[in-house]
Design a protein around this ligand. Structure first.
Ligand SMILES: [Zn+2]
Length: 364
């Protein structure tokens, strides 16, 4: 199984300069090849292959004015063409929209190096065209004896550098357990479990959100094109990055725990929510959290030999009494607690989570 390990690193000024140039060339080649393929497709009604773009890249390098393309490692440029090929394959298979140009400001700057373009020795990583290894912050170790197959270097909008190292790894499934859990995506808490436990959003989130709102206000007051504006934009990007990082960290801990403790985890399919455009920032973040939570549960369940059951979102989980099965006519959003005719007193979210678990176990 291939698994990516992502770390921050601190480039030397020379490395930063080399990488910035490589990012620029990657973007240039991707956009130029996209333009070429688009023209062939719309004007000549012809599909261009990867091999053809690759041959054209060689020609570009010899073209006057484009010599700068041969000054950086050729591997990330080839990889950019492969990514474009994949984007077109997805488009033709109707899995994705038509590929778009990479923007200097909006796209994430990155470069991908395959085995021939980096050296991995004694736990140090040196990229092509560099004399010194990257100064990586090893926040967790790579698995013993891991051999990286692909390395992706990137820089985010907050100016932080990351290296993602792809390694082949054998993951041993966990010992089977008896427990199962239903997970309800709540309105007040982040998630509620069928065990009755409510998991709330981390406390720091509100403070981080306030900091982001302030940074955004500051940015909106700065004049376009000014130095102050660039600085304010960086502050906004940093505040965003902080929220994303902490959220991901929190979700990793939560999903690892759910998968470790339970043989079966049942959740609702909430993808329909994506169709509703979120105007509200808090809501947009909670939707993003839910998507991320689901995808983490999916791959962790696969790694550790657990079952993830996703049930239809139209199942009336909040209106059904988990004790007697009676269906209530309505259950307005404001009702947090209710008593069924059978006498059972329910917390709205815990009851929903219990129903989700029951349906999931029946479906499985
Ligand atoms: Zn009842």
């Amino acid at each position: 199984m291939k698994r990516a390990y992502k770390y921050r690193f601190h480039p030397t000024p020379e490395q930063a300069c080399e990488l910035a140039r490589t990012f620029g060339c990657v973007r240039y080649v991707y956009n130029k090849a996209l333009e070429m393929r688009s023209r062939a497709y719309t004007i000549e009604g012809r599909k261009v292959s990867y091999v053809e773009t690759s041959a054209t890249l060689t020609a570009w390098k010899r073209t006057e004015g484009l010599e700068f393309l041969s000054e950086v490692s050729s591997v990330p440029l080839q990889q950019a063409l492969r990514h474009l090929q994949a984007a077109f394959a997805n488009f033709f298979a109707k899995r994705a929209k038509y590929p778009v140009f990479k923007s200097r400001k909006k796209s994430r700057a990155s470069a991908e190096y395959t085995r021939s373009a980096f050296r991995w020795r004694d736990g140090t990583l040196t990229l092509a065209k560099m004399d010194t290894p990257l100064d990586i912050v090893w926040s967790r170790p790579l698995p013993e004896g891991a051999e990286p197959s692909t390395v992706t270097v990137s820089r985010d909008a907050a100016g932080r550098w990351f290296v993602s190292i792809l390694v082949e790894e054998t993951i041993r499934p966990l010992e089977p357990v008896d427990a199962s859990v239903g997970v309800d995506a709540g309105i007040t808490s982040l998630v509620t479990l069928s065990t009755g436990e409510k998991i709330t959003k981390p406390k720091h989130e509100r403070r981080d959100r306030r900091r982001l709102a302030k940074a955004q206000r500051d940015l909106s007051r700065k004049a376009k094109g000014s130095n102050n504006r660039a600085e304010a934009r960086l502050k906004v990007a940093r505040a965003h990055a902080r929220i994303t990082d902490r959220r991901r960290d929190f979700l990793h801990k939560l999903t690892t725990r759910l998968v470790r403790e339970n043989q079966t985890v049942v959740i609702e399919d909430l993808t329909v929510r994506n169709l509703v455009k979120s105007h509200n920032l808090a809501r947009a973040i909670s939707d993003a959290s839910w998507r991320e939570l689901r995808s983490m549960l999916e791959y962790k369940a696969a790694w550790y030999g657990r079952d993830l059951v996703v049930i239809d979102r139209w199942f009336p989980s909040s209106r059904l009494c988990s004790a007697c099965g009676a269906l209530q006519e309505t259950m307005p959003l404001g009702v947090r607690e209710w008593t069924c005719a059978c006498g059972a007193v329910h917390d709205r979210d815990v009851n929903a989570a219990k129903n989700i678990l029951a349906v999931g176990l029946a479906e499985r």
